[in-house]
Design a protein around this ligand. Structure first.
Ligand SMILES: N[C@@H](CCC(=O)N[C@@H](CS)C(=O)NCC(=O)O)C(=O)O
Length: 215
């Protein structure tokens, strides 16, 4: 079979950074297609054939099938590039990676998404601004659990960086940009450590370059 390039559909300042970061950690080669969500490109008919949900990220595989959902894309990268060690081989650490990956995608991501939806993402008549107070409270409870875990282990799975760290640290960066404060020193230090990884820096640069090229 012809060896086709992977293609990631993304937009800077969105969850697509998680997918690009996972591909960079994996050492994958891929094309990047900039979907300008801020100009409605997520709703364009050509993108809806890629992801009928109109959301980024989406990953086109070399057999032309599409995966959406940041968790699924990160897991795919971890499984297809095993030498990158994005999921620990040790069964105990691997179980912890699953645990914290799911925690990030639900307990951390969802209150942040609730805040974003009710600030700007939903049609105006669907927004309930008063919900923000409860979502912040939920996020703070989840962030405290994350901090407690990171007081015990350097990375969420244990001794080794994993895709759980990509999702969790992306949520922390998102919280910061939404002006939520990260209590204590553990989470800011962890976020800095995650973002300092060369793969994270390459992912940020790749997304920025794709946007710059399109404008
Ligand atoms: N659960 C999905 C969420 C993806 C998502 O909501 N992406 C946002 C950007 S962060 C998006 O494309 N929004 C455009 C829209 O909702 O129209 C994932 O984790 O991949």
């Amino acid at each position: 079979m012809e060896n086709k390039m992977l293609t990631i559909y993304g937009c800077p300042n969105s969850r697509s950074l998680r997918a690009v970061w996972a591909l960079e950690e994996a050492g994958a080669e891929y094309d990047y297609v900039f979907v300008d969500l801020f100009k409605g490109a997520g709703r364009a008919p050509e993108f809806l054939t890629i992801n009928p949900g109109g959301k980024v990220p989406a990953l086109r595989l070399d057999d032309d099938s599409i995966i959406t959902e940041t968790g699924a894309i990160a897991l795919w990268a971890a499984e297809h590039y095993p030498t990158a060690d994005l999921l620990p081989a040790d069964p105990t650490e691997r179980a912890q990676a699953w645990r914290w990956l799911c925690f990030g995608l639900t307990e951390l991501d969802q209150p942040l998404w609730t805040i974003a939806k009710h600030r700007f993402a939903l049609p105006e008549k669907r927004r309930v601004p008063a919900i923000e107070d409860t979502a912040r409270w939920e996020f703070e409870k989840a962030a405290a659990l994350l901090a407690a875990r990171l007081d015990d282990t350097p990375w969420l799975a244990g001794e080794h960086f994993s895709i759980a760290d990509i999702i969790a640290s992306h949520c922390l960066a998102w919280a910061k940009s939404a002006k939520l404060s990260l209590e204590g020193s553990t989470l800011p230090a962890y976020l800095e450590r995650c973002l300092a990884r060369p793969a994270a820096q390459r992912a940020l640069a790749r997304e920025a370059a794709a946007k710059g090229k399109a404008q």
